[in-house]
Design a protein around this ligand. Structure first.
Ligand SMILES: Cc1cc2nc3c(=O)[nH]c(=O)nc-3n(C[C@H](O)[C@H](O)[C@H](O)COP(=O)(O)OP(=O)(O)OC[C@H]3O[C@@H](n4cnc5c(N)ncnc54)[C@H](O)[C@@H]3O)c2cc1C
Ligand code: SF4
Length: 511
């Protein structure tokens, strides 16, 4: 190492040989460093599968680098934080420059910048090339906008990248958005046969990691029994091929549907591969466009899927870097409740929460509507402190990295930033969960009962939330309609709802 002038840092979610950090790599002057840091697994109480996925993918990537004869320092199982391990290494070996990609967590970005400054080290922090939209382009789009809304940003992305537009820049199929075709529940009889996601046998590296994580992080939440995530680029590409061939066709229509023991539905399960950079989103979008023609898929499913990646994924990333560090502090409703303890165990009588959290603990996965309208909706209605909720999401999902987790949780699910990029809070009563799933069929509670012993806690807290914030909702044309149904509930019943809600809120652990 003594000869190396440039140290190239590769973080656990930057595992791509085409990474901008390696674009001018020189065997003469450069060496790569990768660090396994226990701190990263512990600063939130991470799911075992999330720790295992990162470690296995990192070790596989290190092997790929070594096979290609890149000089690599791999620090295994360090008890230090990434920056402390880095500082120690730099102080011993004295490189003149540190090259890295902007971390996906603001905290780490600031820590690396601070460390480099303290050490008087030249830092070349490059923008991640795994996104369609650069920070500069996003800032340009934001400038002079009165309202920051996904829809307009998404249209711009479609036009700029010429995706699903005709030669004149008009949307394919005559409309930008087919969302109204994509919100169906499964049939009353259930989802029928769903092609299972692809499975990946554990090789020696993954087996070693699973063993290590099982022992070292035994107290952490979640299970390793169902660990089946792509851990290499080759596996991620296989998962992508499989998805577009077998599962994409039904993605759109059942995107919002939920059913017990159906953890993945028709979803792609590609987020962890994209977030670790085993896959580039451009490859995913291109594969979907090819499949559209090859398998004569509905435009609505293709557009619906592409909107998630070209639209939402890019949009929340832009918002994260624009609004941090404020985004992590926002608490629009001034909520202060603790997260119910059963978020970590799934031990609750609420069938919807039990299922969504149960599968989360098993796989480290739940699909978007489960995250938004089951666990997220409840946390908002239960008035939980946003930072507690965000820490849970960051810890518990294998695809959770703060740039994507925080805007989704704080911004979208909890309305913690007061609607900076959403028009109204995403809240729903048990009636929505009943419509979109079979959860209520075997639940102790009744979705349409608003107060009393058998009342559904989601329903009680939903009406309580509307009663509490009625004036605020009625003051804005964007939310005025939300309280319209309150008029059908008598004053007496509204009082009962408030009393029952108070009981629930005072003892959230008990439901
Ligand atoms: C409260 C909450 C927390 C979330 N936390 C995360 C997170 O930590 N990491 C994460 O990747 N996604 C997060 N999401 C977004 C979304 O739920 C997941 O991307 C999706 O469930 C991953 O499963 P999938 O790959 O099967 O996605 P699919 O449903 O198959 O969608 C395809 C892809 O679109 C992208 N996508 C879809 N919705 C979003 C979105 N809202 N924001 C960004 N990308 C999106 C993902 O890359 C996903 O892989 C969160 C959503 C909510 C409501
Ligand atoms: S009745 Fe309420 S708590 Fe039970 S599953 Fe339905 S929505 Fe969830």
């Amino acid at each position: 190492m003594s000869k190396a002038k440039r140290l190239i840092l590769i973080l656990g979610d930057q595992l791509d040989l085409q990474s901008a950090a390696l674009r001018d790599f020189s065997l003469e002057t450069d060496v790569i460093i990768m660090i396994e840091s226990a701190n990263e697994a512990q600063y939130v109480w991470s799911h075992k599968a999330k720790i295992a996925l990162f470690l296995s993918a990192m070790r596989h990537f290190a092997k790929a680098l070594q096979d290609l004869k890149y000089p690599l320092i791999y620090i295994k199982e360090s008890n230090l934080s990434i920056t402390d391990a880095l500082r120690e290494f730099i102080q011993k070996n004295g490189p003149q420059q540190l090259v890295c990609i902007e971390p996906g967590e603001y905290r780490l970005k600031i820590a690396i910048e601070k460390m480099a400054q303290e050490l008087g080290l030249h830092l070349d922090m490059r923008e991640d090339n795994h996104f369609y939209c650069t920070h500069q382009e996003f800032a340009q789009w934001v400038a002079n906008k009165k309202e920051l809304r996904l829809e307009y940003f998404y249209r711009l992305m479609r036009k700029t990248h010429r995706i699903l537009v005709d030669a004149d820049g008009n949307p394919e199929g005559g409309q930008w958005n087919f969302d109204q075709d994509n919100r169906k529940p499964y049939s009353k009889k259930g989802p029928g046969i769903i092609d299972k996601p692809l499975s990946f046998a554990h090789d020696a590296i993954t087996k070693e990691v699973l063993d290590y994580v099982g022992k070292t992080y035994a107290e952490h939440p979640g299970s390793l029994n169902a660990f089946d995530w792509p851990v290499t680029r080759e596996q991620a590409l296989e998962a992508l091929d499989y998805f577009v061939e077998y599962r994409l066709r039904n993605f759109g229509v059942y995107q919002d549907a939920m059913w017990t023991d159906t953890p993945f539905g028709w979803h792609s399960i590609l987020s962890s591969s994209m977030n670790l950079k085993l896959l580039n989103p451009r490859e995913v979008v291109d594969a979907v466009l090819r499949a559209w023609k090859k398998y004569s898929l509905d435009l609505s499913t293709v557009e619906g899927f592409i909107r998630q990646i070209l639209g939402w994924r890019e949009f929340v990333r832009g918002m994260y870097y624009l609004d941090m560090p404020q985004m992590a502090k926002d608490n629009h409703y001034k909520h202060i409740n603790k997260l119910p303890s059963w978020y970590w165990s799934g031990k609750t009588d609420m069938a919807c929460m039990k299922d969504a959290i149960g599968q989360t603990l098993q796989y480290g996965y739940a699909h978007h509507i489960q995250r938004l309208m089951v666990t997220g909706n409840f946390a908002l209605l239960a008035e939980v402190l946003p930072s507690e909720v965000c820490d849970w999401y960051l810890a518990i999902y294998v695809d959770a990295i703060e740039w994507v987790e925080l805007p989704n949780t704080a911004g979208m699910a909890l309305f913690a930033n007061g609607g900076r990029f959403t028009s109204k809070p995403y809240i729903a009563s048990g009636a929505y969960i009943k419509r979109m799933s079979n959860y209520c069929n075997d639940c102790k509670y009744k979705p349409d009962v608003r107060f009393g012993e058998s009342a559904c806690p989601v329903t009680t807290l939903y009406w309580n939330f509307l009663i509490k914030h009625r004036d605020q909702f009625e003051a804005s044309p964007r939310t005025r309609l939300m309280t319209a149904n309150l008029k059908r509930i008598s004053d007496e019943d509204q009082k009962e709802i408030t009393i029952h809600a108070k009981k629930i809120l005072n003892n959230l652990d008990a439901i």
